[in-house]
Design a protein around this ligand. Structure first.
Ligand SMILES: NC(=O)c1ccc[n+]([C@@H]2O[C@H](COP(=O)([O-])OP(=O)(O)OC[C@H]3O[C@@H](n4cnc5c(N)ncnc54)[C@H](O)[C@@H]3O)[C@@H](O)[C@H]2O)c1
Length: 447
């Protein structure tokens, strides 16, 4: 039996072991979906605290719910470890580690390449390796595979991709907190280094995902993921720019977007905000910008979108400053409560959240700033900020005690009616006060 037939049979019979490197926002829901699909799962992470939490069934990704952690901890088909020498036990390995930007906006592939080298140390015939981390096209072929096969130079002799081992790229499309789509229901793109790699990777994902879409190469899958994220970044920049123009014209941009959305074709709504957040949209487009330099082609849309989106916190502070000024107050000495520290509603993910920049800008201007976020009781250091603040409980008294309330993230748990009744000044970057605007007793300003 060939390596391909053998792996195919193991996947079909649910006997394959799926190894997942990186048990974060992407890797853990994937592990859960494949576990539900009947596979045995061996999770790997460098973070021993996550491994301990998984053993105990303790939730560290709130939006997934406690049941996911209890289910995995109670299963004899799920194990997690920091011991990467066990990678050889897995029949299929998926790499879900971070792909951040370096200090000069250059791709940081260090986590991906470290994983590739770890896999290389125990690579054996019959293994399927899939890179899931978002990256620029050609990474799988030109960076990941050489790092993986390089370590095993001697052992790799005679290990041929497509015959003995299989390699593919399959981008993750996880959207934490999205109640309408799950890892299982979101279609999965798969592009292998050769036809056998594509087919076997598709067979793997069919164990946990309803719809798998095969594409002709890893490069197509890598580029498709970037297109998806660039599409969002550019369209968000467009509505952010429109917001600034329409606000000057005293036109409600959110009503305009709702009106345009009634067109049943050719339009898709995007919404303005205080700036980009999350692991993907503020970062991934620049992976392509970096790669484009190699072929001497500019990525003007991406850079312009980056410029507009990056300016948004500054714009919000400008609006807040003007609003305070109209009440005879300076930012210096005023008290401001920022609502929402997470980068999007109803989750506890703070990565790249614009709220941090808003808070820091206000502090630098001399304001006394606090925040309220039901999901984040105290700040933890993030990439660029270390604020050391504790969440303030929203009560009529606490609301009334601030000169201004700045809504940065529209968590459903906030009591917007109480804000309408007790706040002196509300600066709303999310149209969160839409349903209560007629009840506002102080002032409401959109930003
Ligand atoms: N979060 C999202 O919504 C999302 C959506 C689509 C794609 N992605 C992409 O998926 C990838 C992973 O993102 P994430 O959000 O899951 O990140 P994350 O930070 O939540 O999880 C990554 C995990 O990898 C672990 N890790 C880091 N280095 C490691 C190593 N060398 N070996 C093993 N484990 C290691 C970390 O401890 C962490 O648990 C990124 O490329 C990201 O762009 C993320």
């Amino acid at each position: 039996m060939s390596a391909y037939e053998n792996l195919h049979a193991k996947l079909g019979q649910g006997e394959a072991i799926a190894g997942i490197i990186g048990l974060g926002y992407v890797g853990l829901p994937l592990a859960h979906a494949l576990h539900r699909g009947g596979l045995r799962i061996l999770g790997f992470d460098v973070d021993g605290e996550k491994i301990d939490a998984l053993e105990r069934g303790t939730n560290y990704l709130r939006h997934l719910g406690d049941d996911v952690f209890a289910e995995l901890a109670g299963s004899n088909r799920f194990h997690a470890t920091t011991d990467f020498s066990r990678l050889g036990e897995a029949d299929a390995i998926m790499v879900c580690v971070p792909t951040p930007l370096g200090p000069h906006h250059e791709p940081d592939l260090s986590f991906v390449l470290e994983s590739a080298r770890s896999i290389g140390r125990t690579l054996r015939p019959g293994q399927l390796i899939v890179l899931e981390s978002t990256t620029y096209p050609t990474t799988t072929r030109d960076e990941f595979v050489p790092a993986m096969m390089g370590v095993t130079c001697e052992r790799a002799v005679g290990l041929e991709i497509g015959r003995d081992v299989f390699v593919a790229f399959s981008p993750e499309r996880e959207d934490p907190g999205n109640a309408s789509h799950s890892t299982r229901s979101i279609p999965k793109l798969v592009g292998g280094m050769d036809e056998c790699s594509t087919k076997i990777a598709a067979a793997l994902y069919r164990r946990g995902v309803e719809h798998v879409v095969e594409v002709s190469s890893p490069e197509v899958a890598e580029a498709a993921k970037l297109l998806e994220n660039i599409f969002r970044a550019v369209n968000i920049a467009l509505v952010n720019e429109l917001k600034m123009v329409l606000t000057e014209l005293d036109i409600d941009v959110w009503e305009v977007i709702r009106a345009a959305s009634t067109k049943p074709f050719g339009f898709m709504p995007f919404y303005p905000g205080p700036g980009l957040g999350g692991h993907c949209i503020p970062i991934d487009p620049f992976y392509l910008t970096w790669k484009a330099r190699e072929v001497n082609r500019p990525t003007r849309f991406i850079e312009l979108a980056g410029e507009v989106n990056t300016r948004m916190p500054e714009y919000v502070i400008e609006r807040l400053t003007l609003a305070l000024n109209e009440e005879g107050k300076a930012v210096r000495g005023s008290s401001v409560l920022v609502l929402g520290l997470a980068y999007k509603p109803n989750i506890d993910d703070t990565r790249e959240s614009p709220s941090f920049e808003l808070i820091e800008r206000l502090m630098n201007l001399g304001a006394r700033v606090e925040y309220s976020d039901p999901f984040i009781p105290r700040t933890v250091p993030v990439r660029k900020h270390d604020l050391a603040l504790q969440s303030v409980e929203l009560t009529p008294e606490s609301i009334a005690s601030f000169d201004a309330i700045l809504i940065s993230t529209d968590h459903a748990a906030f009591d917007y009616r109480a804000l309408a009744h007790h706040a002196r000044l509300i600066v709303d970057t999310r149209d969160a006060m839409r349903s209560y605007k007629h009840e506002v007793s102080g002032r409401l300003l959109r930003a």
